[in-house]
Design a protein around this ligand. Structure first.
Ligand SMILES: O=P(O)(O)OC[C@@H](O)CO
Ligand SMILES: [Mg+2]
Length: 241
């Protein structure tokens, strides 16, 4: 019996290329940022909450740092630059322990095996990227290319489209029509960046993120394990889970 035909969902174009965000989407690393920020805020008798987290995640480090010190009301005592210095040693200890998010490996291997071009566009700088991915080199080697936050073509971080547009240009058959690109993101800033780039975006939000941040994405799923490639005209998984 022939495999089920791809049942693209009405209104969703056929996707030819996929761009993955990294932190919080492929790697379970957002919790490290949260942990370190809670430790630093505790020194000022302040608590870290998810409304502030929602504004920071996905952004370039210095941009996220400015939001952190200003919205926490500690900018008179701690500059954005000093915050980045203060958190660095804690993050360097945590990043090498980064684990994959559920479904990340399965989806990457599936798309690569079916010759769907895939890449990463992340706000993370190269030095942190290397620490976070050092235990996952083989899986990440399946990516056609990787655009990092300190890439010269990324003038502005997410929600600006720079990173996703640079990523679409670097595919072998690039630049790729944004309407044929599917982005996977976890952060409101990243979802906005994908839409600003004219692309389709599936959001996999942390359950603690306020639901109001889910209005922009083209599709919301709770885990990459729930993604159905055939809904976007991509080859379906063979396995059931
Ligand atoms: O773009 P990503 O890979 O989510 O990285 C953002 C990072 O700076 C943490 O929020
Ligand atoms: Mg992310």
């Amino acid at each position: 019996m022939s495999p089920p035909a791809a049942v693209a969902v009405a209104g969703r174009g056929t996707i030819t290329h996929v761009i993955f965000d990294m932190d919080g989407l492929l790697l379970d690393t957002e919790k490290f940022y949260t942990e370190v920020q809670e430790i630093i805020l505790a020194r000022y008798n302040k608590t870290f909450d998810w409304s502030l987290k929602a504004k920071m995640m996905g952004r370039k480090a210095i941009e996220a740092a400015r939001i952190f010190v200003e919205e926490s009301g500690i900018s008179d005592s701690l500059s954005a630059e000093d915050f980045l210095i203060e958190r660095e040693s804690m993050l360097q200890d945590l990043f090498p322990t980064s684990e994959l998010m559920p479904g990340a490996s399965r989806l990457i291997k599936h798309l690569h095996a079916r010759n769907i071009p895939i890449c990463i566009a992340t706000g993370t700088h190269t030095r942190h990227f290397d620490l976070k991915t050092q235990r996952h080199k083989e899986l990440f080697s399946l990516m056609h290319h990787i655009v990092r936050g300190d890439d010269p073509e990324v003038k502005q971080g997410k929600p600006a489209p720079d990173g996703f547009l640079a990523a679409a240009r670097r595919f072998k058959d690039g630049p790729v029509d944004p309407q044929e690109v599917l982005v996977f993101e976890d952060a409101p800033s990243g979802v906005l960046a994908a839409k600003n780039a004219g692309m389709n975006v599936v959001m996999v939000p942390d359950p603690r993120l306020d639901i109001s941040h889910q209005e922009v994405a083209d599709q919301i799923i709770t885990s990459l394990l729930d993604f159905k490639p055939e809904e976007w005209g991509l080859p379906p998984f063979e396995d059931s889970n």
